[in-house]
Design a protein around this ligand. Sequence first.
Ligand code: NAP
Length: 235
Amino acid sequence: MDEPRVALVTGANKGIGFEIAKLLGTAHGMRVLVGARDAVRGKEAATALGPFATAVTLDVTDAGSVAALASLERLDVMVNNAGVLLERGAPPSGTPVELLRRTFETNVFGVVAVTNAVLPALRRSDAGRVVNVSSGLGSLAFTTEPSHMYAQHPLLSYNASKSALNAVTVSFANELRATAIKVNAADPGYCATDLNDHSGPRTAARGAVAAVRLATLPADGPTGGFFDEDGPVPW
Ligand code: NAP
């Protein structure tokens, strides 16, 4: 029998990441490395998920814990889910640059660092998949349409970080187009999680669906795209 495929999900101790880990393990039979920046929260999540889950202490902004990922022998699926929304109501003109820096450290630079650290293992997979958990708020098509709901949420650092993450996704996809690795961005939709004080109308479990679909794409699936559970999302 084939060895189970191995997935790493960052920020998997709660919210959408936890649900992505659950689906990859229960519906797709994967071994899941449950990334969490806090070791205790990671262990608790892995225990709650079940035997397919193993906790990995990983702060995506910490060079040491990211470098340790290079020792992974096998990895088939990398879900860059960890993310922060640090602003609480300040308009773009009132958002300190320092807040943008902190946001980009996790939402953009952390994704690049983690992806590069695991790329050697993904290249050894016959079907490597990278999923970057983005947001509809990173879609310039949505936020430049004044009547769109997302144009009403000018969260400077969060929105800019997710637009940048989309650009990161396309850059990696283009570099890796000739390989077996596919790189796509997922839009979970507006879900009730700690990130937004549980204001979203969707469940975190529903938010996990798009990312899991991209994590399990067949060989003829797309790369370099942006998708929600219903299909392509405009950039
Ligand atoms: P959440 O419940 O707040 O979960 C965020 C996760 O990221 C937590 O596990 C958190 O760890 C982790 N994290 C934050 N900074 C980290 C770091 N430096 N290193 C490692 N882990 C870190 O939020 P969520 O809504 O599930 O968010 C998951 C992803 O979905 C994010 O990328 C978010 O931008 C995206 N998203 C969410 C929505 C929504 O409506 N909720 C919509 C679109 C996109 P701690 O528990 O230690 O804080």
